[in-house]
Design a protein around this ligand. Structure first.
Ligand code: SF4
Length: 397
């Protein structure tokens, strides 16, 4: 067990809100200021004492929360009353989903702020070290001692990212070549889930770069989907069909002496639902044993292209598939394609909000999923073609 600052602060927030609403247990009770964090699969609860000294200086979570809350209130009050701003934008992970981003982005761009290249605490440390702008960061010598300790990516890469940004380059190569596993039979896989409720769609794109044989499954896109709102038992059927198809293609490749590889982009999501589906639907028709799924995940023929991209490229505007695939020349048919929008389309596609299921939104989701697997296919073919050498090397910037 370990405490997560984010969990602790959220618990403190709920504790304070419940107290304000008159619903909290009395703090005089033995466990009055305890809170529980429920695991993603709802199988574990970790109880935290919000008065325990989890924070630097042995401060309690509630003390930390109260200080931060007072700070936020001061910032908001200054803004609401027209006094000088007590805070300035700094790009952090949360900016991606924050409604204020258009406002903050303009301010950050105007200042050429260093957080446009490195987010969060690293940007704060750089600002404190006097490196406040992209230009200042780009001007540093990659061979010299970094101005701040930099865990994670090498500081030379950070400088290269700043230089790439100045030149308007979305991607640069970190290294001349990175091997990408290719095979006679290749399958790109993309799964769509709805929050934690279930994985409603497994999309696959089959290709035979080593040549198709009589009796092979035809090349192209297939979708294994359930359109009953998740969670639903019908998800077991669609997952079993997907697994049977994938296993069949793999087995046929092996039986005919051909190599096989399957690809995804950022395997965490796919692996989470591969394992989750084997566990939740254990014993149902066609559901593989967990060990079989785990063996597939551990096999080097299951390739996470996100990891390859991370090894190979520096991406000035993010490493998401939507950011990197255009560098390989791929574009999505739907201009609104994206994870957040797909949630909304899904609600309409299955009639989650009481309206009749919307067939057009189903087609939209299928087209979006088909484009995602086409994007990973385009990306890996590009990475193994001479065209990738047109991307500048970081060391040349
Ligand atoms: S967009 Fe602005 S307000 Fe929102 S998290 Fe980022 S810096 Fe903060």
């Amino acid at each position: 067990m370990r405490s997560q600052p984010r969990d602790l602060l959220r618990l403190a927030h709920l504790n304070r809100m419940l107290r304000a609403a008159g619903w909290a247990a009395s703090p005089d009770l033995e466990h009055g200021d305890h809170g529980g964090v429920i695991g993603l699969d709802a199988d574990v609860v970790v109880w935290h004492d919000l008065r325990a000294g989890h924070w630097p200086g042995d401060r309690s979570t509630l003390d930390e929360y109260d200080d931060r809350f007072a700070d936020r209130m001061a910032v908001a009050t200054a803004a609401a009353t027209g006094r000088p701003a007590l805070a300035e934008p700094l790009r952090i992970t949360e900016c991606k989903r924050c409604p204020w981003w258009p406002t903050c982005e303009v301010a950050l761009e105007r200042a050429e702020d260093v957080s446009l290249v490195v987010r969060g605490e690293t940007a704060v440390a750089l600002r404190e070290a006097g490196v406040r702008t992209v230009e200042q960061l780009a001007a540093l010598d990659p061979a010299a001692e970094p101005p701040i300790p930099q865990p994670g990516i090498p500081f030379g890469d950070v400088i290269a990212l700043a230089r790439a940004r100045q030149r308007g380059l979305a991607v640069v190569r970190r290294v001349p070549r990175v091997p990408v596993l290719r095979a006679d039979v290749e399958v790109d896989v993309d799964m769509e889930s709805f929050g934690e409720s279930g994985a409603y769609l497994w999309g696959v794109l089959l290709r035979h770069p080593g040549g198709a044989l009589p009796g092979d499954e035809p090349d192209g896109y297939r979708a294994f989907a359930t359109w009953e709102p998740v969670p639903t038992d019908d998800e077991a059927r669609s997952f079993a069909e997907f697994w049977a198809w994938l296993s069949g293609v793999r087995a046929r490749a092996a039986a005919t002496g051909r190599t096989f590889a399957a690809y995804c982009y950022n395997e965490q999501a796919e692996n989470r639902w591969l394992i989750g589906s084997a566990v939740r639907f254990e014993g149902r028709p066609g559901i593989p044993p967990l060990a079989e799924v785990e063996a597939f995940i551990a096999d080097e023929a299951w390739v996470d292209l996100f990891a390859v991209v991370s090894d190979w490229f520096l991406c000035a505007t993010g490493k998401g598939l939507k950011r990197i695939a255009p560098a390989a020349g791929f574009g999505w048919r739907d201009p609104e394609a994206g994870g957040e929008n797909s949630m909304r389309w899904y609600r309409d596609a299955v009639g989650m909000d009481g309206a009749p299921p919307d067939a057009a939104q189903r087609e939209r989701l299928l087209a979006y999923n088909a484009d995602d697997v086409a994007a990973t296919q385009t990306l890996r073919e590009w990475m193994t073609s001479p065209a990738v050498e047109r991307v500048p090397l970081a060391s040349e910037l």
